[in-house]
Design a protein around this ligand. Sequence first.
Ligand SMILES: Cc1cc2nc3c(=O)[nH]c(=O)nc-3n(C[C@H](O)[C@H](O)[C@H](O)COP(=O)(O)OP(=O)(O)OC[C@H]3O[C@@H](n4cnc5c(N)ncnc54)[C@H](O)[C@@H]3O)c2cc1C
Length: 451
Amino acid sequence: MNVTTDLSGVIASGMCIGCGACEMADPSVSVTLNSKKLIFEPSSFGSQAAADVCPAISVDYEGLQNYLFPQSKIGPFGVVRSVHLSQSTNMDRNVKASSGGLIKEVLRSLIANNEVDGVIALDHVDGIDFSARLVTTADDIDTLPGSIYHNLKQTSALTILRDTPGRFAIVAIPCELEGLYSWVYQQAPELREKIVLSVGLLCGWQYSHHSINAMGEYLGYDPADIADISYRGGGPVGKLTVTTRDGEVFSASRRVDFGYQVAFDRHFNTNRCHVCVNHSNFLADLVVGDAWLPSTVFTKTGVSLVVCRTEFAEQTLARLVADGSCVSLQVTEEEIRESQTDRVVFGEFAYAYADFLRELGLHTPTLIGPNAGHGQLKPRRQVAKFHRELVRKQALMANRRYRYLKYRKGTLELRAYIMRYVRWFMVRIVRIKSLSGQRKEIGRDSFSGFR
Ligand SMILES: Cc1cc2nc3c(=O)[nH]c(=O)nc-3n(C[C@H](O)[C@H](O)[C@H](O)COP(=O)(O)OP(=O)(O)OC[C@H]3O[C@@H](n4cnc5c(N)ncnc54)[C@H](O)[C@@H]3O)c2cc1C
């Protein structure tokens, strides 16, 4: 139990992530969109019960991991039984998916084998609104979207879990599972046994809706006219695609479009992402992310990085390989590190930035994950500079100065912007780490059967 008595600090700091646990714990709380910050947050301070389950106040990673994975060894990547690179063998499913299409294969298989009565997963509602839905047939799984990167209210996943009898698989980003399990563990333990498998996404960040508005100015759509939005699909990196109500389609390459680099840089993230240490989704049974590795650069359709934290997760993956729905290659934890970078998997920036915010006396969530102490904290001057930039750029966003933010990226921030591409090229294409003997890449012949 924490000493914070309500959600006032969360609201003042803009640290809410929209998981909805507070609404479940305290029905007087309602999570709504803040019209200036363009993130979801509680509209009132709520009670101690709400504060106790809020991941923007604290998360008991050790207690929750012991609760979910009893007697398992906890390492810097959480509880890890095995790590894999995997890809759906269904071309269409793989191309439409965000990485290797593995999640949809897992969900389809659980339903087809009657291991769950349904899947609780995010689906499109309307415009930029997405919400969890109960899916009960394997074919319906293919209608679910790929990764949605903007901030959402996730309460519907919790209400479906609470109100529907049955056994479920649930798909969620890390902070969503933090809220869900904090609430279940403390206040609704009877729900634990309803979750047969939690499928977690690796997650580096989500974005406030300022990103979508800024892209509207750069691409020429009105955000109020959006009928649908998608961020991935059509290849390993994919495009941002916005469809307006009159059927017009606007798209931008996520890797090279300059406007995209402005609107989706990390200053547009929700505030809590900057102190998040749970990129690896420590609470999910089966975790799926992108395999951003020199050895997978050849892929035409995307490869998933998969972490199995339970025996059932491993059995599910093995069955997909045995029935030909997936190809998979077992690798080591080193590939999680290389794919995602030490900066995020070990929270090198997040722990340093949290210390900095505490020094300033600002509300800072208590987040001490199993990765604490495994990376090299970023220097204070770097986090202080980031904080100055963040305050400045958030003021510009609040005043909708998106064009000026673009100009700023092309001038003041140009050096950092170019260096990002240089680093990507050196690591992924030139394979500088292998050339300098820092690591050994997986050989191309190990990927037989992958596209
Ligand atoms: C906000 C966010 C940040 C991410 N950051 C990283 C990262 O830094 N590194 C990395 O390797 N991978 C990251 N991922 C994961 C990656 O983008 C893919 O989602 C993942 O590899 C699964 O791909 P797939 O092809 O198996 O799934 P897909 O077939 O694309 O299926 C996606 C599934 O996720 C669900 N879903 C989509 N968006 C959300 C959401 N916002 N909240 C809850 N459920 C959702 C959908 O309902 C669907 O079931 C992130 C995903 C999200 C949503």
